[in-house]
Design a protein around this ligand. Structure first.
Ligand code: ADP
Length: 403
């Protein structure tokens, strides 16, 4: 790598989409942001936004048959802006990989052995890892000489003690099938806890934080001294909080009941709990903006859905308070956490006994910056910290290649 190589291309490959960002790690500038979606369909769409210089967003719709074509199209757009994949300034490509299993606890330079290991983890994340692998293979074929790094959603949670990471099931069965709690959204929890420490003006090592990542998917984590000690997602992202379309925690016997009494098959139940449950299952909407509008209008189903969502959130705040013993801040992030003031207010309401209070005026402020929403005298801070998973992936990637 040449010393002027300071750029990292971050790729987040899904089954029919590729999201990308090109970042310059000298100063964290975003040089380009884009997305290819509906890969493999007749009308695939590419949206490319170069940053700086007042450049316009470019958008086109055409058939993009597979990930290889998608990445070539992305490379073409970047080349048009003079920041192509062959630029000597490109230091590495960072790939988001959803499941790192028990093996990966940090960003990892990809070679054939690492790729094979990620493939071995496919049974743990059958919907996500195959697409991530396709992205890696395609990028390696395009730039075989360039360092490529895998950054895992599970890695930040690998510090969880066994007490938190194990399910209370037969140990032999659990070990044989690698069943344990892995947690997800790790890059977000890592980024947000570090930024929260900066906001509070204290070293991460001194702080106990409860981080609430509330997007369409949602998870909570307890972070002690910069290390994750518990998180709400488990073997898969289904466990924990009520989400846009996922149920979160339920009695596992609901599954047997649906099999025996409703005659449903495994795939059908999987789809029910992952895609047709949560806010969507409860009220037919998974967008918190719409739900809040309906709650304001007195809609009963939306009000119940909101109530269940908030009740679960409060339970996790209480649980993680107990896990940590002392809490310095509760931090909200992601689409709902950053934007939905009523969700923050409702989740913290009634927790004054724990030192948690929200200041209505501060909470109503709309901003893209990290900020406190608790009053100055509060015993425990309540904060909003916008997440930036791409920046965290780029950071982890660059740290490995800039040695
Ligand atoms: P993901 O990355 O999990 O798809 P995001 O973190 O982007 O999700 O969050 C998306 C969700 O954020 C939307 O489904 C919507 O419910 C919520 N959201 C976005 N903006 C607002 C807003 N202004 N008010 C309330 N909720 C919002």
């Amino acid at each position: 790598m040449t010393s002027q190589a300071t750029r990292v291309l971050v790729l987040n490959s899904g089954s029919s989409s590729v999201k990308y960002q090109l970042l310059d790690m000298r100063d964290g500038t975003r040089l380009a942001v884009g997305l290819v979606e509906r890969i493999g369909e007749r009308a695939s769409r590419l949206v490319h936004t170069p940053s700086g210089g007042g450049a316009e967003k470019r958008e086109r719709t055409e058939r993009i048959a597979d990930h290889e074509q998608a990445l070539k199209a992305v490379a073409g757009e970047l080349a048009r802006d003079g920041i192509g994949l062959d630029s000597p300034e490109l230091a590495a490509i960072g790939h988001r990989v959803v499941h790192g299993g028990p093996e990966f606890s940090a960003p990892t330079l990809i070679d054939d052995a690492v790729l094979a290991e990620i493939e071995r983890l496919v049974p743990l994340a059958p919907l996500h890892n195959p697409a991530n692998i396709t992205g890696i293979r395609t990028a390696r074929a395009l730039r075989p000489d360039l360092p490529q790094v895998a950054v895992f959603d599970t890695a930040f949670h690998s510090t969880m003690p066994e007490d938190a990471a194990r399910y209370a099931i037969d140990t032999g069965t659990a070990d044989a099938h690698r069943i344990r709690r892995y947690g997800f959204h790790g890059t977000s929890h890592a980024y947000v806890s570090r930024r929260a420490a900066e906001l509070l003006g204290r070293p991460p090592e001194e702080l106990n934080l409860i981080v609430l990542h509330l997007g369409n998917g949602a998870s909570a984590s307890a972070v002690a001294g910069g290390r994750c000690v518990d998180t709400s997602m488990g073997l898969t992202p289904l466990e924990g909080l009520v989400m846009g379309t996922r149920s979160g925690d339920i009695d596992p016997a609901v599954v047997f009941h649906l099999e025996r009494v409703a005659g449903m098959g495994t795939d059908e139940i999987d789809e029910l709990l992952n895609k047709k449950s949560g806010l969507m299952g409860l009220c037919g909407d998974n967008d918190m903006r719409e739900i809040l509008r309906r709650v304001d209008g007195g809609d009963a189903a939306a009000t119940l859905a909101f109530g269940i969502y908030i009740h679960r959130l409060k339970k996790y705040i209480g649980a993680y308070y107990a896990v940590l013993g002392r809490v310095d801040a509760v931090v909200f992030t992601a689409g709902v956490g950053e934007n939905a003031a009523p969700v923050r207010a409702a989740a913290i309401a009634g927790l004054g006994g724990l030192g948690l209070v929200v200041d209505a005026e501060l909470n109503a402020v709309r901003s893209g910056e990290p900020r406190l929403v608790s009053p100055g005298h509060a015993r425990v801070a309540v904060a909003v910290v916008p997440t930036d998973e791409e920046m965290e992936i780029a950071r982890g990637t660059f740290a490995l290649v800039d040695a």
